[in-house]
Write a protein that binds this ligand. Structure first.
Ligand code: RUB
Length: 333
């Protein structure tokens, strides 16, 4: 336990997300739900509903603050908090059970969503296709592996994804599943695009207008695909849709350490060089052919309908200022 009464395992998960040991929007979301479950089970304070709820709110804030861009993280946390609120527990035990039950439900639904999306996406891949993917998206990988099992793939181009090379994880996982993969530098995307039949990419956040926020470079991939008339599919679970974008909130883009781009020693020798390291970019809806979710395949412009259907509960609770400013008290009125 820390001084604030938060279990060390929870701190470890929060640190894991912050330092990217746990990464990818889906994994981050499931890890946050798991952290809330652990926090509930290991709560060491006064065994009454009110202090327990305050403590869960504190853990929620801690988790949400770890990484800014993937909305799957606050959506997962809010899913659990909203369930606790709706359960209106009369006893401490009921309150703990509500958190544990909803966290487990979120994790199971998330895993199931990935499976459904993979099956749906695979059916959209034509025979003898070459696919291009960017970064490391577990949903995109599941879809590609599924398409390969259906015998529809001949090759996958996987970008290396600078600066921290998540593309190498993609290449490794695809190879482990027998999928023929060619690793290319990010800058070679346009060079190979004439060979590509479909681009499949994941998402960190889908905005209400259908814009997709994903790993830096995604928007260039989509641009090259549009020029070559190659279809771009985004594979994304519904908890990656952002309710706050409905009220005009921009999606915060994470900027990371310049040392990921150039070694610190080089920077010391060239003190006037400035480095910018944005981790995500925004692909406009016009450059996306379809978003494949667990509840159906939609044109990006229909993102608002997904938000209404799946995240209506969150909309009621959103105050100007976005998730970061939502406190647990918002759920206790
Ligand atoms: C990962 C990334 C992935 C999405 C979707 O960025 O941009 O494409 O998160 O992943 P980072 P998934 O490495 O900075 O976390 O489909 O696994 O949810």
């Amino acid at each position: 336990m820390t001084e604030q009464g938060v279990p060390l395992k929870v701190i470890e998960i929060a640190e894991g997300i912050k330092t990217m040991r746990i990464r990818g929007a889906g994994r981050i979301a499931r890890a946050a739900a798991e952290a809330l479950k652990i926090a509930a089970l290991e709560y060491g304070g006064v065994k009454e509903v009110s202090p327990f709820k305050k403590y869960v709110g504190k853990v929620a804030d801690l988790l949400i603050a770890t990484r800014p861009t993937a909305v799957s993280l606050p959506n997962a946390v809010m899913y659990v908090l909203a369930s606790l609120h709706r359960a209106n527990p009369r006893t401490f035990e009921d309150a703990v059970n509500a958190v544990v039950f909803s966290a487990e439900k979120f994790i199971n639904e998330s895993i199931n969503a990935v499976k459904i999306i993979a099956e749906t996406a695979a059916k959209r891949i034509r025979e003898n296709s070459t696919i291009l993917t960017h970064c490391h998206s577990s949903v995109a990988i599941s879809a590609i592996i599924e398409a390969y099992k259906l015998g529809r793939l001949v090759k996958v181009y996987s970008t290396e994804t600078r600066p921290i090379f998540q593309g190498r994880i993609t290449a490794k996982q695809l190879l482990e599943n027998g999928v023929p993969v060619v690793q290319i530098p990010d800058s070679a995307v346009r060079y190979v695009m004439h060979e590509v039949d479909h681009v499949i990419i994941g998402a960190d956040t889908v905005a209400s207008n259908g814009a997709v926020v994903n790993k830096i470079g995604t928007s260039q991939v989509a641009l090259a695909a549009k020029e070559a008339r190659v279809r771009v599919y985004v594979v994304a679970e519904t908890y990656k849709f952002s309710p706050t974008t409905l009220i005009g909130e921009p999606v915060p883009i994470e900027f990371r350490d310049p040392a990921e781009i150039v070694p610190e020693s080089w920077l010391r020798n060239h003190p006037r060089v400035k480095v910018l390291n944005p981790s995500f970019d925004v692909t406009p809806p016009e450059h996306i052919d379809a978003i494949i979710t667990e509840i159906g395949v939609i044109p990006p412009q229909a993102a608002i309908l997904v938000l209404m259907e799946r995240l209506g509960w969150a909309l009621d609770k959103i105050k100007q200022g976005g998730f970061a400013k939502i406190k647990f008290e918002d759920f206790t009125e």
